[in-house]
Every structure is written in structure tokens, then in C-alpha cells.
Design a protein around this ligand. Structure first.
Ligand code: NAD
Length: 302
């Protein structure tokens, strides 16, 4: 099934997302030099056919393209600081982590100053999309660098959009996830209000899924069990997309709203609501916010 592809790819960060993304590159015939400090992630990568190396600088020294899928912007900048000097001049750096727009621009500038090329390429689609190779990539960077990254991104994704210059991929990601966080809270408040008013979940779904209150949060990710059998609500809110990640993304959105002088009152409030929920339920799916709203509303229902 695999074809031989000449490019060598260093892949740093083999967690829930990076692990399956790297595995899809191997399946497509790329030689993948994989690095992650966690032994379980290394074992899985080895099983998936990647060459596991025990030092990030060694992984990048031999690579044409370096992909990072890391927890946050501080780690991305630290890792870039450690590895840029080890890479051959002109190496293409593709950061798929979700990080602040300013950090993404700083990472691109560091790469350019070291004689390399860089794009930000955050993703949407979650762990299932990473495994299936159907992620949506939002890319920021120069046209020629986007074109070079495209064949790799098309292996890992179903849709790839060049959004603009450095950092603009992260801009698309922060806007999308701010909408998602806000809409999940609004939907959950309406569901709890419906419960108080005697409206069943099934009837709520039947009406709202085809009325003007319709949203992806309802029709693909319904936060109560029943109407959408695949949603995390049917599995005791196991993620899915963890509250910790939504809280992080809304923190990035709140910072971006403030830094750019946008009067984003609902975005700021959504960040506060998820930050509070994150203190107790970081590991639950973000759609479990409905249970918190119900609890704070004196509701009984499970
Ligand atoms: P994760 O915590 O499962 O994986 C991160 C990996 O990075 C871990 O395996 C960790 O050991 C590794 N790591 C940490 N420091 C490192 C270093 N210095 N060098 C190499 N590896 C290092 O997180 P994840 O869910 O895979 O998310 C990764 C990124 O993707 C985050 O920025 C997240 O916001 C974003 N994202 C996640 C999802 C999702 O549904 N999980 C969806 C879209 C975007």
C-alpha cells in the first residue's frame, strides 16, 4: 500500500494527535524520524513503523521537513531554540500545535533567522480525524513553503487551507474554537432551560436541529445523551476534546481579543466559564459544561 517518498520527516511530539499523524505519514511511504520524551509514545511510534530517536536534534539533522505537534507555545519556542541550529539550511518547519498567534510569528522568525523556512499549520478534527487522516489544516506562511508542505498535509488531512502569512493559520484556529466554545455554552444553557420548562431532549433536538438555533455543537456533538449516539455525552463525557484543551484555546482567544482591541465580551466570558470548569473537570469532554450549568442551576438530572 505504501509508495516510496524521498523526503525524510522529523516528527516531534507523538501524543494523542501527533502519534496517529506520524503513523499516517509512515503508511504513505515517508521515512519518519520520531521523537517524544514519553516511553509509551516512543513504543507506539516504533510499532507504527517510525524510526524512534532519543534526541530531537538528531531527528532534525537528517530531515527535509520537521513537524511539531506539541502542547503549547512555550514548548514550541523552547524546542525551536534547541533544534534550529541542528537542521540543514533551508529545512521546512511545520508547526501543527495550537499556539498563540504571536508565538507562531515568533517561531517563524526564529526559523527564518536560522536560515530555514516555516509555516504554522494547526488542525481541527480531533483524535479521530488524526487517526483517519481527515484533519482540516489551517496554514500560515509563504506561498512556496505552503506548496512544499501541502503533499504531507494532504496525507494527514482531508482539507488544507492556506489562510495567509505567518501566524494566520493560528488566527483561523483561534476564531473557530472561540465560536465552538461560545456555541457549546449557549446550547447547554438552552438545554438546561428547556429541561426546567418541561421540554424533552428529543423534542429539543427535533426542533432546534432544523431551526435557526441549529449548530455543529448540537447536530454533531450533542452535549446530552441520545440524539447523537457518537457524541461524548453517551460515553460519560470521555473526550473527545478535553475541557483542558478548550480552556487553553479560549485563553488564547481571550488574549487575542484583548491584544487586538476587540470588544469580545462573550469570548472573554466563555474563557472564564471554561477556566472555572477546568479546575475540577479538566479531563472531561468540553461538552460536559452542560452538567456544570445544570448543577449550578439546581438541576437534578444526570
Ligand atoms: P498530547 O499531550 O497528547 O501530546 C503532546 C506530546 O508532546 C506528548 O506526547 C509529550 O510527551 C510531547 N512533548 C512534550 N514536550 C516535548 C518536547 N520537548 N519534545 C518532543 N515532544 C514533547 O497533546 P495532543 O492532544 O496530541 O495535542 C497536541 C497539540 O494539538 C496541542 O497544541 C493541542 O492543543 C492541539 N490539538 C489537539 C486536539 C485534540 O483533540 N487532542 C485537536 C486539535 C488540536
Amino acid at each position: 500500500m505504501s509508495t516510496t517518498v524521498s523526503k525524510k520527516v522529523a516528527f516531534l511530539g507523538l501524543g494523542h494527535m501527533g502519534g496517529p499523524m506520524a503513523a499516517n505519514l509512515v503508511k504513505a511511504g515517508y521515512e519518519v524520524l520520531a521523537f517524544d520524551p514519553v516511553p509509551a509514545a516512543q513504543d507506539q511510534a516504533r510499532e507504527d513503523g517510525a524510526t524512534v530517536v532519543h534526541d530531537a536534534a538528531r531527528a532534525v539533522a537528517d530531515a527535509d521537513v520537521v513537524i511539531t505537534m506539541l502542547p503549547n507555545g512555550r514548548i514550541v519556542l523552547d524546542v525551536y531554540g534547541d533544534i534550529l541550529s541542528a537542521a540543514a539550511p533551508g529545512t521546512l518547519f511545520v508547526d501543527c500545535s495550537t499556539i498563540d498567534v504571536a508565538d507562531a510569528k515568533a517561531a517563524a522568525e526564529l526559523a527564518a533567522a536560522a536560515g530555514h523556512r516555516a509555516v504554522d499549520a494547526p488542525v481541527s478534527g480531533g483524535v479521530a480525524g488524526a487517526a483517519a487522516g481527515t484533519l482540516t489544516f489551517m496554514v500560515g506562511g509563504a506561498e512556496a513553503d505552503f506548496a512544499d508542505a501541502l503533499p504531507l498535509l494532504e496525507v494527514m488531512g482531508g482539507k488544507v487551507v492556506h489562510c495567509g502569512g505567518a501566524g494566520v493559520g493560528q488566527a483561523a484556529k483561534v476564531c473557530n474554537n472561540m465560536i465552538l466554545g461560545i456555541s457549546m455554552i449557549g446550547l447547554s444553557e438552552a438545554i438546561v432551560l428547556g429541561e426546567k420548562l418541561g421540554l424533552s431532549h428529543d423534542k429539543f433536538f427535533d426542533v432546534v436541529s432544523t431551526a435557526s438555533g441549529q449548530s455543529w455543537a448540537l447536530t454533531s456533538y450533542c452535549p446530552v445523551p441520545g440524539p447523537v449516539p457518537t457524541s461524548p455525552a453517551n460515553n460519560d463525557y470521555q473526550p473527545g476534546f478535553a475541557t483542558a484543551l478548550m480552556s487553553k484555546d479560549l485563553g488564547l482567544a481571550a488574549g487575542a481579543l484583548a491584544a487586538n482591541g476587540v470588544d469580545g465580551q462573550i469570548g472573554q466570558l466563555a474563557a472564564q466559564i471554561y477556566s472555572r470548569f477546568n479546575q475540577d473537570e479538566a479531563g472531561k469532554d468540553f461538552s460536559a459544561i452542560v452538567t456544570d450549568i445544570r448543577k449550578r442551576s439546581g438541576g437534578e438530572r444526570e
